[in-house]
Structures are given as structure tokens and as C-alpha cells.
Design a protein around this ligand. Sequence first.
Ligand SMILES: Cc1cc2nc3c(=O)[nH]c(=O)nc-3n(C[C@H](O)[C@H](O)[C@H](O)COP(=O)(O)O)c2cc1C
Length: 447
Amino acid sequence: MKTEKQMALALQMVSGYGGEFSAWRMPGTDPAAYTNTDSYVERAKLAEKGKFQMIFIADTPVLNNDLGLQTPSFPMDPMLALMAVARETKRIGLVATLSTTFNYPYNIARQFKALDVISHGRAGWNAVTTSDPAAAANFGAQVASRKERYDMAHESIQIVQALWGSWEQDAWTLDVEGGKFADMDKIKPINLQGQYYASRGPLPIPPSEQGQPVIFQAGGGEKGLELAGSYASGVYANPYDIESARLHREMIRQSAVRYGRNPDDIKMYAGFMFSLASTEEEALERRRQLMSFNPDEIPSRVSYLGSMVGLHLSVNSVDIDQPLATDLLKRAYPSPQDPRSAIALKLLKQGLSVRDVLAHGVINYHPVVAGTAVQVADFLEEWFLAGACDGFSIVPDIAHDGVADFVEQVVPILQERGLFHKEYEGETLREHMGVPYQYGRTGIENQ
Ligand SMILES: Cc1cc2nc3c(=O)[nH]c(=O)nc-3n(C[C@H](O)[C@H](O)[C@H](O)COP(=O)(O)O)c2cc1C
């Protein structure tokens, strides 16, 4: 069977351990994976074996976790992690976040273009504005208004793209006999001056096999949509259900049309987390074990679960290892404030204990499937065929075995169902994503 369209897969790498903060304590995990670059390289190689289109490393320049209890959310440095991966892989795309607020466009352009050239056209930049006050404080700044941040982002991306296109594509002559390394008539300053950023250029880096890195965007409401529609070829999104995912995807596509682009040239990847095992019960046990490492978090999770279903729940008022009493459940209703509430209530009504409902990941920041490879594949198939997304940014609960299990167990099912490719279609990230070659600024390419 072959469906018309096939999904794309991005492996989201957190800080070397997986999506769950207590993964570092699981047997088999290297507790020092944070500083062990091999952990990134090994997982990227596995993902490449599974024909993943890309790896994605989110980043905010801040330490925002209590390291007494949790691992960091981000790697030591995403660009250096990608550089290590670039040297050890051949096909997989390499995407990282870099803030448009706290980096000069010239630095962004240089780092990503160098990665793109070194990796033979596999780099992507997730351009985000960074709204965390603690991150701003690391630069001696405060978080600017959303308008200002997004105005800066527009300037940043336009300057970065112009720098990327500042060599005409045949400027690098490498004429050894004639003694002409490059044709300076074809390497021109860009002379862009904005309100926040400016750059003269040119950038001293030639085109890559995909012209220039792919631009991604993530989050940020109306202004984020504008940014995505204007420049992005990929969007990372965090929808919790099919309906909101479809709506978000449609809005992204419409935004691209508003900016004169083909809606098929912008792809949305939905965040998704999984815990895989040979039975659902084993997968839940894996998640119960993860939860057990942080018992102090359980009271707040129980009371939050209560607020999701309109009940006052606490570890003192209910036995969390039992299903909720029928009379309590009769009064429960899903909170309209939290799109995850309906799933939480459904599981409670199925008679699962409070602990097991939590173990299903109902208050995780991505939808979670704790179950078998078939259950995971079913979830991805349902979302994809419903038009909820163009692919998934998947986060294993525990990276050290989760990536291999997904590649060995879920990928073959998706391939068998015709939902996922069996071989890379091309060499570059643009080819993997099915988005066009680009050189220079969007709208005025090949200037
Ligand atoms: C899927 C997804 C991934 C994101 N990744 C990052 C990231 O890596 N780094 C970051 O600073 N912000 C990230 N963000 C945050 C957004 O860029 C944005 O700052 C946030 O949604 C707040 O919106 P605002 O920028 O309009 O204030 C992400 C958001 C989403 C939805």
C-alpha cells in the first residue's frame, strides 16, 4: 500500500537523556550523557538508519531547571552538537534553534551557513524570538514586547538570508591555473540597515548543495504565524489534539499564501512523545518508574489533574493507586482551559488509577502514547491521515533505548502501511522535506 503523501519524522533531542527529566536515572542511561557528545552522535546515526528526515535540537540560552532534581532542557551548545553529528552522518538533516533576539544576524548566518556547507546541505535554523526573562537576563536585557521581538526577528531573518545569498552561485571559481580563487565581482555587500540590526556583508561562505539552510519557526501566536508565513519552510508546533493541529496547520498554510508563497512549501511537524514496550502495561510500568524518581512532584500533578476535570483532588483526599469513586466521576467535566482534559477524563472513566492516568502522560507538553509499536503507529497514522500535520517531531521518553526501539519497531510498521519512506529521496534537507531550493532572501531569491 502507498498513500499519496508520506509523513516526515524529526528526532527531537533534548539534552542527551530523552524527554522525561528523570530519564537520566533509568538503568542503562549514561548519567553524564549531557557532556557526552557521543550520545547525540549515536542517536542521530540510529535516526538516520531509520530514514528520519532530520534531528531537531531546541534551545534557549538559559539554565531554567533545578538541577538538583532535573537534567538540563538543552544541550551544552546545539551548534557544536550538530557539528559533531554532521561529521558522523551522511543524510539526516540537522536543525537547531538560535534566538533572533540575542544573536547578531551575522553570527547566525555564519554559523548555520558553515554547518550547511560542512554537512553538504543538511542544516536548518529554527528562528525563535526567546521570551524567557531569565534568558534575557543572561544578556543583561529584559524581555522586549512581543511586537519588538517579532520586528527584530523579521530584520534578523532578512539579513541572514541576504548574507546567505551574498555570493552569486558561480562566484567560487577555484581556478587554480588562472590563479583566481573566487570572482569578487560576484561577491557583494548586502548593505542592509534595519531599526534593530544592520549588516554590510558579504559573508565569506559559498553556497551549499541546498543553496542555504532551511528556516524553521516555532510558536508565538499571530506574530509567529506571520513570521512562519513570510519565511519558514518548516514549523514545529505543539498541538494536543487533531482538531487544533489541523486548524494550526491550515493557519500556517494560509499565512504562506498571504505572503505570496505556495502553501505546500511550508510543513508542520507536531510534537509527539512515546514510551514503547511490548505491552501497554509494560510501557506504563516504564512511565511509573520514571515518575517514581520524582515523588515530590506527584502532589502537584494530582491536584493539576483534578483541575483538568473540575475536581479538587489531592494525595490526601484520594488513593492515587485506585480508580476515582463513581460519585466523584459523575461530577467531573473536562476543563475548557486545557485541551488535554478530555483525554484525562476518558482514562479516569475507563477506571484507571490516578497514578496510571498520570503515567499515560496526560499533562506532558506533547501528546503521549504509552504502549506498543502498533499503538504508536496507529496514533501517528490517525493524525497524519486527518491532515493534522506533515510529520512529527518525536521525543522518546528515554533516549538511550527509545530511539532504537522506535527505529526498529515503529518505522517498519509505518513503512509497511505506506506512510513513511523507505529511502531518502535526495541528499539535502530541502529534498528530504520536499521544499524548494532557495538562495538569498525569500521573495527576492537569487538577487
Ligand atoms: C514546538 C515549539 C518549539 C519551541 N522551541 C523553542 C526553542 O527551542 N527555544 C525557544 O526559546 N523558544 C521556543 N519556543 C517558544 C516560541 O518561540 C515562543 O517564544 C513562545 O511560544 C512564546 O511566544 P511569543 O514569542 O509570541 O511570546 C517553541 C515553541 C513551540 C510551540
